[in-house]
Design a protein around this ligand. Structure first.
Ligand SMILES: *Cc1c(COP(=O)(O)O)cnc(C)c1O
Length: 453
């Protein structure tokens, strides 16, 4: 056999610590604000919806945070995940670039989201929580938390964005298999859901609306907390196992990435693969180009404002300084590629603002085309979200073909698309189209940004 196509680590090389980028930021993050007083929020106030351990991680500036043993015991079922060299894709592209991808589709629910779901379920259980509420868009996060909840004996209640609830019945069945309850959002089970339905009876929902419903319930009961699958510091922290493993695997391959590419919805899988490398750079080590890829239909980093905004439409969540399209932004219904959140992780927004992360957007047709090209070379059907990263990796490899440069490209294949065949069916049937997002809608949503002194 010739050169390797996969780089595997033994179970004992599963990282023992998460990497916290807050320790290396050249300028600290702006504080999270209370939605009512607009003053920096206190741990006690956050404690209404999150467990204490998670809040500590949210504000920590320790560089390394230990992964609890029971969490590692579960993660090792699918971690360390494989790092592949995309040799057949390289050949198909006739590129001198080396393309590596970290494959997170090996987790039982099929994406990176399981990495933080296990950690969050563990901390909630340890603090005596009985029930966790959450939102889900395409269903990956709800699936991961449902699995984690069943492993730790927690009740899970998932508000699923209505358009996806109707389009993806198998995701709902997956969650119910683990005993979770899944409700289409907006729903009549919460005050905020009823308010949306009164105004827009046909609302197809949004992540911002679903988050509002989940947070509302968590705030009402002591035995109930809320969990978020992306955006917040602790979630990005839990995903750094991806990049920490990739560092060791690229060492085995005797190379270092010139560029790191990830798709960005709320920013967690991108942060997971990029932050450990970016941390090296921030501490004076090698420079790496980090490219965050988002859909043109929900262009948070490329067209949003960097401002304080709510995480939800009902304005119940704390205010974060982040790139945002406005909390009332509802992504166009035609968009099949996921990554539909109006905001972006504050850590990513901050690092993009400082020039350490280069954002980029693509239309969905070119992303699905890249996903199919990847599938036909590598045999894995990427999740629609992940096709954004694939598109950028292919574009960069093609640039290398033109320039003759042999760059090392690392991208995160955040999940498989085996539950997303409807989107591929629509693409292959010529039913998907590219439409620019409505400027007027975004302008309206941005006009509603909260004023912060
Ligand atoms: C949820 C999801 C994303 C987007 O979320 P991030 O927090 O930006 O990573 C990307 N890919 C897959 C497969 C997902 O499930």
């Amino acid at each position: 056999m010739s050169d390797p196509v996969k780089y595997l680590l033994d179970e004992q090389h599963l990282p023992r610590f998460w990497y916290n980028v807050n320790a290396d930021l050249p300028v600290p993050l702006d504080p999270v604000l209370h939605p009512g007083t607009k003053k920096p929020i206190t741990p006690d106030e956050l404690g209404v919806i999150f467990p204490r351990a998670v809040i500590e991680q949210e504000v920590s500036t320790e560089r390394e945070i230990e992964i609890p043993k029971p969490v590692r015991e579960i993660l090792r079922q699918w971690r360390p995940s494989p790092l592949y060299r995309a040799r057949r894709l390289e050949q198909a592209l006739q590129t001198p670039a080396k393309i590596f991808y970290k494959y997170e589709g090996v987790s039982p629910p099929g994406s990176h989201k399981a990495n933080t779901a296990i950690a969050q379920a563990f901390y909630n259980k340890a603090e005596g929580v009985k029930r966790i509420t959450t939102e889900t868009g395409a269903g990956q996060w709800g699936s991961s938390l449902a699995m984690a909840g069943s492993m730790f004996g927690l009740e899970i209640l998932v508000y699923m964005v209505k358009v996806s609830y109707n389009q993806k019945p198998y995701r709902r069945a997956f969650m119910e298999t683990f005993g979770a309850r899944c409700i289409a959002s907006p729903s009549d089970t919460t005050e905020s859901g009823r308010a949306i339905l009164a105004e827009h009876p046909d609302s197809s929902g949004s992540l911002g609306i679903a988050i509002g419903e989940a947070v509302e319930l968590a705030a009402q009961r002591d035995d109930t907390k809320y969990a978020l699958g992306s955006v917040l510091n602790h979630v990005l922290l839990h995903q750094t196992v991806i990049g920490l493993e990739a560092q060791k695997q690229l060492e085995m391959a005797d190379t270092y990435p010139d560029m790191i590419i990830g798709c960005t919805g709320g920013g967690s899988n991108f942060a997971g693969i990029a932050f450990p490398f970016l941390g090296e750079q921030l501490r004076g080590g090698r420079k790496v180009e980090c490219i965050a890829v988002e859909p043109s239909a929900c262009p948070t980093l490329t067209k949003g404002l960097f401002a304080y905004d709510f995480g939800d439409t009902a304005h119940l969540t704390p205010l974060c300084k982040m790139h945002t399209l406005g909390s009332t932004f509802v992504p166009p219904g035609f968009h099949a590629g996921g990554l539909r959140y109006h905001g972006m992780a504050p850590q990513i927004s901050h690092l993009a603002k400082l020039g350490y992360i280069a954002p980029r957007s693509y239309n969905q047709l070119e992303c699905f085309a890249a996903g199919i090209q990847f599938a036909r070379s590598e045999g894995i059907v990427p999740a629609p979200e992940a096709t954004h990263a694939v598109r950028a990796a292919i574009d960069e490899a093609e640039k290398c073909r033109e320039s003759g440069e042999s760059k090392t490209i690392l991208f995160n294949l955040s999940g498989h698309g085996n539950f997303d065949m409807q989107a591929y069916t629509d693409y292959l049937g010529g039913k998907l189209k590219d439409l620019e997002y409505a400027e007027s809608e975004v302008a309206m949503a941005l006009a509603g940004l909260p004023s912060v002194a």
